[in-house]
Design a protein around this ligand. Structure first.
Ligand code: NAD
Length: 335
């Protein structure tokens, strides 16, 4: 299929070209993100291939349909950036990569925990400057601590398995509890009870109207004083303003985020010579107990290979009208 690839980085091109054996599909790579201003770039293509911060609002999806783009192929699992209702109404197919190495994201969540806890990022800088003092680098042991997993799908389950290996007690919250995890000794609680009991809370549920800002002033107040919050899922799960307040008060002891509410203006860009105009992220970066990574949790060789391969398969399936239902996003997934 003739496909316009948006938000292209060097690694997207490298992995898609490698998976596109015999040039089965024709790719044109655009560095620009897909938004109303850039939608015209997709004119004449059968499909658009997009990532997490492309904006597929009602207007953009309508514009795609009007210029006869037949499909939106996501290089990610989450589809909160696509107006699914409009796409379905206008017959624009939406396909995603529902699972690509859940371990990649789960392991990054653990990396955030370990860095915040054992302060290896600070130790690295100290030692390189000849400062061998260990003052203020004290951490805590994960063994025996209670870890709350919010959303026990593929990534949440992989994360819980790793944390169990540390000897932590795992509690979970999900709208659909997983019987297999229960059988492994994971206790499901209400969200409020999970927040009350956990020393570390890690978010692994999708962004939906129900989960939007699920971490807010009320829920932050339920958390143990000084506990740790990790978000590798979607930025809008956390109300950043209230997280900043909670950090200032010491109610929140640590915050590790790979995703951020306003990340589309920042992440995946080199802004090192620019003035950062987003005051919230600038404030977050002043805290010694906050760690921000720029949506890199998925970024492993294994995951990139799987994303590229599934994307190629999705395009082939659309062409042959043999769509893998597991990969298709449909209206009942947002109801
Ligand atoms: P999944 O569909 O396998 O699991 C999601 C789980 O969340 C399901 O068990 C579902 O029942 C649960 N859930 C849905 N609504 C809920 C609610 N209101 N409260 C609690 N739980 C709820 O998805 P996954 O593959 O595990 O991915 C989880 C999320 O991780 C994705 O939605 C995406 O936003 C994020 N993600 C981030 C990265 C990254 O690089 N940072 C990469 C991939 C995915």
């Amino acid at each position: 299929m003739k496909t316009a690839v948006f938000s292209t980085k060097s690694y997207d091109k490298e992995y898609l070209d490698k998976a596109n054996v015999n040039n089965l599909h024709e790719f044109n790579y655009f560095e620009s993100s897909l938004k109303l201003k850039s939608v015209k770039l997709a004119e004449g293509y059968d499909a658009v291939c997009v990532f997490v911060n492309d904006v597929l609002s009602k207007e953009v999806v309508e514009a795609l349909a009007a210029q006869n783009n037949k499909a939106i192929v996501l290089r990610c699992a989450g589809f909160n950036n696509v107006d699914i209702e409009t796409a379905c109404r206008l017959g624009v197919k939406v396909l995603r990569v529902p699972a690509y190495s859940p371990s990649a994201v789960a392991e990054h969540a653990v990396a955030l925990i370990m860095t915040l806890n054992r302060k290896t990022h600070k130790a690295y800088n100290r030692v390189r400057e000849g400062n061998f003092s260990i003052e203020r680098l004290q951490g805590f042991e994960l063994s025996g601590k209670t870890v709350g997993v919010v959303g026990t799908g593929k990534i949440g389950a992989a994360f819980a398995a790793i944390m169990k290996g540390f000897g932590s007690r795992i509690v979970a919250y999900d709208v659909y509890p997983n019987k297999e995890l229960e059988a492994q000794g994971i206790t499901y609680l209400s969200l409020h009870e999970l927040l009350r009991q956990s020393d570390i809370v890690s978010l692994h549920c999708p962004l939906t109207p129900e989960t939007n800002r699920m971490i807010n002033r009320d829920t932050l107040n339920l958390m143990k004083k000084g506990s740790m919050l990790i978000n590798t899922s979607r930025g809008k799960l956390i109300d950043t303003d209230t997280a900043i307040e909670a950090l200032k008060e010491g109610q929140l002891g640590y915050l590790g985020i790979d995703v951020y509410e306003q990340e589309e203006k920042l992440f995946f860009k080199d802004l090192s010579e620019m003035v950062i105009v987003d005051d919230k992220i600038s404030r977050l970066m002043t805290f010694p107990n906050v760690l921000v990574t720029a949506h890199q949790a998925y970024f492993t060789d294994n995951a990139l290979n799987q994303i590229a391969q599934t994307t190629i398969n999705n395009l082939t399936d659309i062409e042959n009208n043999t769509i893998n239902r597991q990969n298709q996003v449909c209206i009942d997934m947002i109801k």
